[in-house]
Design a protein around this ligand. Structure first.
Ligand code: UD1
Length: 336
């Protein structure tokens, strides 16, 4: 049995489905702080399976202990965390309490229950503003906000744990920018409140829920002047987790890998790809740079391919088409 924390969130829900389709047994936990119970029904429809799920918080030891007593959990994929970069600067204690407190609680209970196989949701933001791209895993680690610090600290805690007890096996997965949705249009990203990230904002403008997209600067040192990122289809990312937990279960040593495509696209590339899919122009306005943004970065994903046999295969067009299908079928997200 594999435990997924943050199981009904954006990446958690897509990973849950891919794990079930690959034949794994899964139990999920989520407190719905940034997700919806509707996800459970959608996943049952997509997988044709009855789900094991418990509503609860990874910061609550009683809930986790009960889970480990009830199920023979062999490994954990840990998504549960707060993830809004701006909010993390405004409320750092909340981020450290939740992201670090939850991780420590979970690791303690895993250790007590002789479960030492772990997949950790890290982030490209551990690199901060990388000196060069493609970014390799041995680049300098210098996160620039409390959210990124919680990811780097999480990695450090796990590395100390591994050093103290070689039975621990950890996959450190550093995600680049996940976008898109499952091709069914049944599950996707449903941010609470006003989104901050590019793809959900472009979707909302395309759907007429917002008048125009603010482009944060067109004077960056990039080919078209707008920021460049490594966007990765969320289903490719989910499959990276399936490969990672299977690798860990096979007893191979711990690994740290970038999960990205290796290709950088600009804000304008994303807008144009969306326009192609939607068949109408997306209104944009260039405004000042957003504080804390960087010009460009994209992954070197070759280590993930070499060690996990994993590679992102879905194109930017497909990311936008699937994101748009999700948006059109669920104009108000899971509340639709
Ligand atoms: C941020 C986080 C990253 C997190 C990711 C997804 C940092 C350094 N990184 O990445 O850790 O994993 O969100 O949650 O904060 N843009 C616009 N207009 C908008 C929104 C975005 O022009 O309205 C531009 C940005 O300037 C940037 C690109 O689009 O160039 C992507 O922005 P965004 O989707 O917010 O992701 P990141 O900032 O790369």
């Amino acid at each position: 049995m594999i435990l997924l924390t943050g199981a009904t969130g954006y990446i958690g829900s897509h990973t849950w489905l891919e794990l079930l389709l690959a034949g794994h047994q899964v139990v999920g936990i989520d407190n719905f702080v940034n997700s919806s119970p509707v996800v459970l029904k959608r996943l049952e429809a997509l997988s044709g399976k009855k789900l094991n799920f418990i509503q609860g918080d990874v910061c609550d030891p009683i809930v986790l202990e009960a889970l480990f007593k009830k199920h023979a959990i062999k490994g954990v994929i840990h998504f549960a965390a707060l993830k809004a970069v701006g909010e993390s600067s405004a409320k750092p204690i909340l981020y450290y309490e939740n992201n670090i407190g939850g991780l420590i609680n979970l690791l303690q209970i895993m250790q007590e229950n002789d479960c030492r196989n772990f997949v950790f949701s890290s982030s490209a933001c551990v690199y901060g503003d990388p000196e060069k791209s493609p970014v390799k895993e041995d680049s300098d680690l210098k996160p620039e906000n409390p959210y990124g610090q919680t990811k780097l600290m999480g990695e450090q805690i796990l590395r100390d744990l591994e050093a103290s007890d070689p039975r621990w096996r950890v996959a450190y997965l550093r995600y680049f920018n996940p976008i898109g949705a499952h091709e069914s249009g049944l599950i996707g990203e449903d941010p609470m409140g006003v989104p901050n990230n590019l793809a959900p904002l472009v979707s909302r403008v395309a759907a007429g829920r917002m008048d125009e997209l603010n482009i944060y600067g067109d004077d960056w040192d990039t080919p078209d002047g707008t920021g460049v990122r490594d966007y990765i289809h969320v289903v490719d990312l989910a499959n990276g987790h399936v490969k990672a937990i299977e690798y860990i279960f096979s007893g191979k040593p711990s690994l740290t890998v970038n999960l990205g495509t290796g290709v950088g696209y600009s804000v304008m590339d994303v807008v144009r790809a969306y326009e192609d899919v939607v068949g109408q122009p997306i209104r944009c306005k260039v405004i000042d740079r957003r504080p804390g943004d960087v010009a460009l970065y994209f992954a070197d994903p070759s280590r993930a391919e070499a060690l996990l046999g994993w590679k992102a295969v879905r194109s930017l067009k497909q990311m936008c088409a699937d994101g748009w299908r999700w948006q059109s079928q669920n104009p108000l997200g899971y509340k639709s």
